[in-house]
Design a protein around this ligand. Structure first.
Ligand SMILES: [Zn+2]
Ligand SMILES: [Zn+2]
Length: 420
């Protein structure tokens, strides 16, 4: 049969044969986040476009090329969210979440949208998880956020990843560094891509993480941020490393990690899969002091990270990680004859009300066909009901693995399946 409709390019369906895996990794995320006392926040998938333009930065790829924008019937400008942090900070300010003072720990997951060239593990509608900690500039918090990412990857059974950290400085010291970058890159600009030539004035740090090979070759010898950090940033970065060491979390310092978005400062970090090739960042994050003030709130410091479920699950597959049990019915109901079929409706409903997952096949009538379907379903046990059993108010319970079977009272099925 010809397909009349097809899915939009760069999107995918999460089909029932693997959806339990997605549920597993997502539930694990919230479980680990809860052990750090992070609470879920859910924001809309679209916002006024300036929520992203101003925060993510209008020189970023995301805003310049990849945002899904639309205008509503009243001419208001919106965008599908390309990332999570801007929406969370918008909500934090709008709802006065920081009013009580102290820390606000938030976590989220959901679809994000970028008009990007689709490639393996990269989609136009993709799913991210992330955390945001608002309310402290203490380096112990940076280490805690990094530790949460580390815990999550470890809890999923991943082993082949490494943590790289950097400090990209604050407004104070980044100025000198930006000037040094402009000095360094200006004589090379003719050999660099159009994006780099455009960005050098607004955000010269972005030239450090350009993916174009010729730009990469030039960026390799650029000045090192760590040599430009002022005392405050240096002390902060040293403390982050001390806390990580205290937690026993291995890391290395990589001065080329700048993160793609404008709002980052001080600590930046990435968890990198050491199996995969090019697209290998599992989790990326950093500090964004000043972002809350930019949204009209008080000058509350913040730090967070985000990661994509797609890449995470690719890594888990590569490493043969456990994805949770594939759900299957506990019992399969085989009804022989019309009277048994009618009785089965009531029995099935009562079993399901008692928390027992049950399946049956209404299209098949013969014993053989129904038993075959039971085998295929993966059910542990089969309940067989024919006219004889119905007369005595019993069913035959057959365990598929051992072949053992016995007659049990219909009223006692749940007890037999769930012996206390
Ligand atoms: Zn600084
Ligand atoms: Zn470039």
């Amino acid at each position: 049969m010809a397909t009349k409709y097809s899915i939009p390019r760069g999107t995918y369906d999460i089909l029932p044969d693997i959806s339990y895996r997605r549920i597993y990794v997502e539930q694990m995320f919230y479980k680990i986040a809860a052990t750090f006392n992070f609470k879920q926040i859910v924001t809309p998938i679209f916002e006024r476009s300036d929520v992203f333009e101003r925060s993510v930065g209008d020189t970023s790829d995301i805003v310049q090329k990849e945002m899904y924008r639309f205008t509503d019937k009243k001419g208001r400008k919106f965008a599908l969210r390309p990332e999570g942090t801007a929406s969370v900070v918008r909500s934090y300010v709008e709802n006065n979440l920081g009013m009580a003072g102290g820390a606000t720990r938030l976590c989220y997951s959901g679809p994000m949208f970028r008009y990007d060239r689709p490639q393996k593990g990269r989609y136009r509608q993709f799913y991210q998880y992330g955390v945001e900690y608002l309310g402290s500039d203490d380096p112990m918090v940076d280490a805690e956020i990094i530790a949460l990412g580390h815990r999550y990857l470890t809890a999923l059974g991943l082993k082949n990843f490494k943590l790289e950290i950097n400090s990209i400085g604050s407004a104070n010291c980044a100025k000198d560094y930006d000037a040094a970058l402009v000095d360094y890159f200006t004589p090379h600009l003719d050999a660099m891509c159009r994006d780099c030539r455009q960005r050098i004035d607004k955000n010269p740090k972005r030239l450090l993480d350009c993916k174009v090979a010729s730009c990469k070759a030039i960026a390799k010898d650029a000045p090192n941020m760590l040599e430009y950090l002022d005392d405050d940033c240096k002390t902060h970065f040293t403390a982050v490393q001390r806390y990580l060491a205290q937690m026993g979390i291995p890391f290395s310092v990589n001065p080329t990690i700048v993160r793609g978005l404008d709002y980052y400062n001080k600590t930046a970090f990435e968890f990198i899969d050491t199996n995969l090739g090019a697209q290998n960042t599992l989790i990326g994050g950093g500090r964004y002091n000043g972002l809350v003030a930019q949204f009209g709130g008080k000058d509350v410091p913040g730090i967070g990270f985000a990661g994509g479920f797609e890449r995470l699950m690719l890594s888990m597959e590569t490493e043969g990680c456990f994805f949770g049990e594939e759900p299957r019915p506990q019992i399969y109901f085989v009804a022989l004859g019309n009277a048994a079929k009618v009785a089965a409706a009531g029995i099935l409903y009562r079993l399901r009300s008692q928390g027992i997952s049950a399946e049956y096949n209404v299209e098949k009538t013969s014993m053989k066909a129904q038993m075959k379907a039971a085998d295929k379903s993966g059910a542990k046990g089969v309940l067989i009901l024919g006219d004889d059993e119905l007369k005595d108010n019993v069913v035959v319970l057959k365990w598929l693995e051992t072949g053992k079977q016995k007659r049990i009272k219909i009223d006692n099925i749940a007890e037999e399946l769930h012996p206390e």
